[in-house]
Design a protein around this ligand. Structure first.
Ligand code: UDP
Length: 417
């Protein structure tokens, strides 16, 4: 079978304090037609990156509502994940080769994984391109495909997708009963599918990454990782990926530091198991750092986990997410929820979260990013006010209860139709 991801226990009732009891009651009512039904989520990795983060909350919350939900990950290989990373890049607009051999390796793995899919499911939700072709081959494996409804959840921005790569994926995607997207602009015009749903991702305010932390604890964590808690911190939390533009963040920080010399920069980024590019980018970023003692590079290799990320986001005077392309950018809502203003690249789902001039700033280049860093570092009270507005924006739009509502609606429709 595919690999099952161990799940945490989550109790929806505990969210009432944050989102109100009306929301919880509404969720129970929406869950009625889905209760007892079997829903499987499949993606490529149990750790690292936004999708794993989302599923770690979403699946336990479905279970807390009585849905028999599960989460499994596909098997890959270094070669397969190198190919799917190329696919990811091509779908985000990069020029990459897409050879017959790459297509063959991709499809062979999709078939292998389809043969490993077991059990009978009412709904299978497949995330992103890595497992997208699974649906094509199911029926050839042990899982009966009779009444199963299939949903493809695309987390990436396909606005500038390489047409060859998208045309390869389109027929596989069109076999699904529905697809779910972060923003309308991401849905390719060529997609022939009746049920297309927009449901942006969200954060879990009760996850270890987002729970309240006492200020002395936050300071202690910063100290342990070599940061000076008495000096302002500029922080970006992201996988080491060129689209997250870590080198652009270093360049912007260096310009800003000329005016705010006490500022320190922290780049914290995990290496996901499905992302072979990470180590390469880590080396490029290390070179760009050039031994600068005020630029701190950390990753999960130094045991930077959820608690540390939580502390760093809280400790930051300013959080940056200078992505050049972005599906959603969970890190933005994570920081806003912690009351920090965010300087975000004007890309993908960041524009849903950062309201320019209200809870942060949208920027288009290194210079603008540096100027906004200086502005916010020099006006900490204003930064706090912007952060407070950010928290309310997230409460209204980007908490996991909202996303749960969107999914329960879709599941209810699929199961009744
Ligand atoms: N993340 C983490 N540790 C790191 C870097 C990132 O836990 O060192 C988390 C981050 O907090 C966020 C997720 O990984 O929850 C990244 O999601 P996002 O949507 O920002 O980007 P993606 O990686 O999916 O492109």
């Amino acid at each position: 079978m595919l690999e099952r991801v161990p799940l945490l226990e989550k109790d929806l009732a505990e969210y009432a304090e944050i989102v109100g009891t009306d929301t919880i009651d509404r969720l129970h009512a929406l869950a009625e037609p889905v209760r007892g039904r079997r829903v499987l989520h499949v993606n490529a990795t149990a750790y690292g990156g936004g999708v794993a983060e989302l599923l770690a909350t979403h699946v336990p919350l479905l279970r807390s509502l009585g849905v028999e939900a599960d989460w499994q990950v596909i098997h890959g290989s270094d070669e397969f994940f190198a190919i799917t990373k190329s696919v990811h890049n091509a779908l985000q607009g990069a020029e990459v080769p897409w050879t017959a051999e790459m297509q063959r390796v991709y499809l062979e793995k999709a078939l292998d994984n389809a043969l490993l899919l077991e059990g009978s499911w009412d709904v299978v939700v497949v995330h992103d391109p890595q497992p997208a072709a699974l649906r094509t081959f199911v029926g050839e494996g042990p899982a009966p495909d009779g009444d199963t409804r299939w949903v493809w959840r695309c987390h990436i921005d396909l606005t500038d997708a390489d047409p060859h790569v998208w045309e390869f994926f389109r027929p596989h995607v069109e076999r699904y009963d529905a697809s779910v997207w972060t923003m309308p602009a991401f849905v390719p015009a060529s997609l022939a599918m009746e049920r297309v749903v927009i449901a942006p991702p969200c954060i879990d305010p009760l996850s270890v990454k987002n729970l309240e932390l006492p200020a002395p604890f936050v300071r202690e964590i910063c100290k342990q990782y070599g940061l000076d808690p008495a000096r302002p911190i500029v922080c970006q939390v992201s996988r080491y990926d060129p689209w997250k533009d870590p080198i652009g963040v270093i360049e912007a920080y260096r310009i800003a530091r000329a005016e705010v010399p006490e500022a320190q920069l922290l780049l914290a980024g995990s290496m996901a198991t499905d992302d072979p590019e990470g180590f390469q980018v880590w080396e490029q970023v290390t070179e760009a750092r050039g031994g600068d003692r005020d630029i701190h590079l950390l990753s999960n290799i130094q045991q930077v986990g959820n608690v540390q990320i939580n502390a760093f986001q809280r400790a930051a005077a300013v959080v940056v997410q200078k992505s050049l392309r972005e599906g959603f950018g969970l890190t933005v809502s994570e920081a806003l929820w912690k009351g920090r203003p965010v300087i975000g690249g004007r890309a993908g789902g960041i524009v849903l979260q950062v309201r320019d001039g209200e809870n942060g700033y949208l920027v288009d280049d290194v210079e603008a990013c540096a100027a906004r860093m200086v502005e916010l570092l020099r006006a900490p009270d204003r930064a706090d006010e912007m952060g407070a507005r950010g928290r309310e924006h997230v409460r209204a739009n980007f908490l996991c209860t909202r996303e749960l509502e969107d999914w329960l609606r879709l599941l209810g429709e699929l199961l009744s139709g």
